[in-house]
Ligand binder design. Structure first.
Ligand code: 5BU
Length: 272
């Protein structure tokens, strides 16, 4: 069943320090909103983080879209995350063998581990990716102990997605085996009922839902949207919106509307 516990209760009870921090941020800012900041230059990316940051729990990046991405982009993201108290989620969708993803995540040209509290991955290749990234963030010399974790890409919002059924179930299985590094899922709804062993005592996976838009049903490239209130009612703990906010006439005002819609839906779900 989807969680009807408050963010503060979940934060108090959660075993992972990054989950505790995320729930604290949500409560403090009364926001379960994630901006999908799909900008193609550093200036626009950092400007959005600064102007919309006050309304966000999490700032989601695709830094490989940023044509002038460099160490000053990383520095700017880190400074703004502190200034506005949000986490950063790099929507990298790591998918390769364990040895390769370790190098893509920690180091490489994108320096993902230096700025992204959360990164998502796909288990298309099996368990190796989960084991590899778990090892990286738990290594004794990893510079950000307790401050980094992953989300498993368990479903996708696009038409014809084959991340369904037994694939999605395998995602849950692997998260359950690795709660110290896998904080939850990117999915279109709560997943905790999908396996017969659902509801293992103490587990609390966090669901991030993309494809959230108040004004549109989809785009002409297969994206499919749901509203903030539908997403939260179906089990989203954090709602992710991109063009619905940043391509609107007044992004600051729209971000506040999405924040309020997401928060009201959360209050309804938890019965407050
Ligand atoms: P939009 O502008 O709200 O449609 O942007 C959606 C964002 O979420 C965009 O960055 C996608 O890459 C991302 N996304 C998605 O749309 N659907 C998915 O299943 C996943 C990510 Br995972």
């Amino acid at each position: 069943s989807l969680s009807t516990k408050s963010y503060s209760t979940r934060g108090e009870q959660h075993a992972h320090p990054l989950a505790r921090r995320l729930f604290d941020i949500a409560e403090a800012k009364q926001s379960n909103l994630v901006l999908s900041a799909d900008f193609t230059d550093s200036k626009s990316l950092l400007q959005a983080a600064d102007s919309l940051g006050p309304y966000l729990a999490v700032f989601k990046t695709h830094v490989d879209l940023v044509s002038d991405f460099d160490s000053s982009t990383v520095k700017g993201l880190n400074e703004l995350a502190k200034k506005h108290n949000f986490l950063i989620f790099e929507d990298r969708k790591l998918v390769d063998i364990g040895s390769t993803v370790q190098k893509q995540y920690h180091g490489g040209v994108l320096h993902i581990s230096e700025f992204a509290h959360l990164v998502n991955l796909s288990i298309l290749g099996g368990d190796g990716i989960v084991d590899a990234l778990t090892q990286t963030v738990n290594a004794p010399n990893f510079p950000y102990p307790g401050e980094r974790a992953f989300l498993i890409l368990a479903e996708m919002t696009s038409k014809g997605s084959i991340a369904v059924g037994s694939y999605t179930e395998k995602c849950i299985e692997l998260a359950r085996k690795n709660p110290k590094s896998m904080l939850g899922f990117v999915a279109t709804r709560a997943l905790s009922d999908l396996l017969p062993s659902a509801g293992i005592a103490g587990e609390d996976f966090i669901v991030f839902t993309t494809g959230v838009n108040i004004a549109s049903k989809g785009d002409n490239l297969g994206q499919q949207y749901q509203t903030p209130s539908d997403a939260v009612a179906r089990g989203a703990d954090f709602i992710i919106a991109g063009r619905g906010i940043y391509a609107s006439e007044d992004p600051t005002k729209t971000a506040q509307e999405y924040r309020q819609a997401g928060w009201n839906a959360y209050l309804t779900r938890v019965g407050q």
